[in-house]
Design a protein around this ligand. Structure first.
Ligand SMILES: Cc1cc2nc3c(=O)[nH]c(=O)nc-3n(C[C@H](O)[C@H](O)[C@H](O)COP(=O)(O)O)c2cc1C
Length: 393
């Protein structure tokens, strides 16, 4: 039994070595190209479109599919002529959780080639451009795909306008346009490189992203474990929300439920990735984030509050297990964190239904004055194949 397992391991290892050696060769002629994208506000979709256009100009049949619509028909022709591409935004210096899950669900192959592209948030102040940082975003997906047998030909990060509207206002159209214009050329250069059979790994940008990515791993882990959950639970709607349900229907993670008997309102579940699609495409600009509320909730769910409460409980109840061992304490804090976040969201959801409180929230949040960002050429129907209802854009 042990020998058999050892044999299997050696066989799969040697297959990987053969794959790696084969991928060193540049003699590749692709026949089918499939691009999968996850895109909150259209940036990653736009970059995928540019690469699709280029690929089609080379006479290659190229399909482009949103990741949330790709399964269960995600069949990969396992041949060396097949190229698949992953396009995604960067969240918390890494890949969004939904993209990691999608990569994990991809079928295993032996021959097919792959590329990974992450868009990152660039800002422009006057003449100064501040680049984004994808860090581990492309590498983590490349690693998952390589384990699944794909021969990853290259990774690339592309600077597009930052869409994090919970944090900052959308940039002016002129700045947005100049960032997008500057992104097209590196996108086309990358796909030209890949389609000509070359690999795209050891570039200055990739090395820098990789090294910084290692440095930022703790932040990315904290983002995936804590940040993502917190960010999902600070959305609410202002009085302009008419319950149309567009946000719920178009959410790539099916994370928004419409709740309410007489009138329904969006309710953000823990599946939310904060991709900003709801905020960007809401026709009434009704979706807001209350930053001060967020800071208060972060404080209430913090380790110091948990520690104080745990000490009080431990003093009352002898042998109370909360502060026994670092791991156990951390696990209990995590449960406490989830409970506080969940409970505070229920309060936020309920109290903002009262017009006076809703008004108070709306005049004290910065998102009221923030400009909404979405990639100017991208319609909601491009991102979500949303055709069931007429769309007011
Ligand atoms: C929750 C969240 C986290 C983000 N984290 C990062 C980040 O760590 N680094 C970065 O460069 N950009 C970050 N951004 C910006 C987006 O990655 C960037 O604007 C991207 O192009 C959006 O692509 P999309 O429109 O396809 O979703 C973040 C945006 C959001 C909403």
């Amino acid at each position: 039994m042990v020998l058999k397992r050892y044999d299997c391991f050696i066989n799969s290892l040697s297959q990987r070595v053969v794959n790696l050696a084969a991928s060193m060769s540049n003699n590749i002629q692709y026949k089918t190209v499939s691009f999968y994208f996850m895109s909150g506000t259209g940036n990653s979709y736009r970059v995928a479109c540019w690469m699709k256009e280029y690929s089609e100009k080379q006479g290659l049949t190229t399909t482009l599919l949103p990741m949330d619509k790709a399964f269960p028909d995600c069949r990969i022709e396992d041949s060396k002529d097949t190229l698949i591409g992953f396009f995604m935004p960067t969240h918390g210096f890494t890949a969004p959780w939904s993209v990691i899950k999608f990569a994990l669900k991809m079928p295993s192959v032996k021959q097919a080639r792959a590329i990974c592209v992450a868009t990152q948030g660039r800002l422009k102040f006057g003449r100064v451009f501040i680049p984004g940082l994808s860090a581990t975003a492309t590498f983590i997906i490349a690693m998952i795909l390589a384990i699944k047998g794909y021969r990853v030909r290259g990774v690339h990060s592309i600077n597009m306008p930052s869409n994090w509207m919970a944090l900052h206002s959308g940039q002016k159209l002129r700045s947005v346009q100049s960032i997008i214009n500057a992104a097209r050329q590196p996108s086309e250069k990358f796909i030209r490189h890949i389609l000509s059979g070359k690999r795209h790994w050891l570039t200055g940008l990739n090395i820098a992203e990789f090294l910084l990515g290692i440095f930022f791993i703790p932040i990315s882990l904290a983002y995936l474990l804590y940040g993502k959950i917190f960010l999902a639970k600070v959305f609410y709607t202002n009085s302009r929300c008419n319950g149309c349900g567009l946000c719920s229907d178009c959410c790539p993670n099916h994370a928004i439920k419409m709740v309410g008997k007489k009138r329904s309102f969006p309710y953000w579940t823990y599946h939310c990735e904060s991709c900003m699609r709801c905020m960007a495409y809401c026709p009434e600009q009704a979706i807001e984030v209350h930053q001060s509320w967020g800071v208060l909730v972060l404080y209430l769910s913090s380790f110091s509050i948990f520690y104080t409460l745990a000490k009080i409980l431990a003093a009352w109840i002898p042998g109370f297990p909360l502060l026994h061992g670092v791991l156990l304490t951390r696990i209990f804090h995590y449960i406490f964190y989830l409970t506080v976040i969940g409970f505070s969201y229920l309060i936020l959801f309920r109290v903002t239904k009262f017009p006076v409180i809703n008004k108070l929230f709306s005049i004290t949040t910065l998102t009221t004055i923030y400009r909404r960002y979405r990639e100017p050429g991208t319609r909601i129907s491009d991102l979500s194949n949303y055709e069931s209802k007429p769309i007011k854009e």
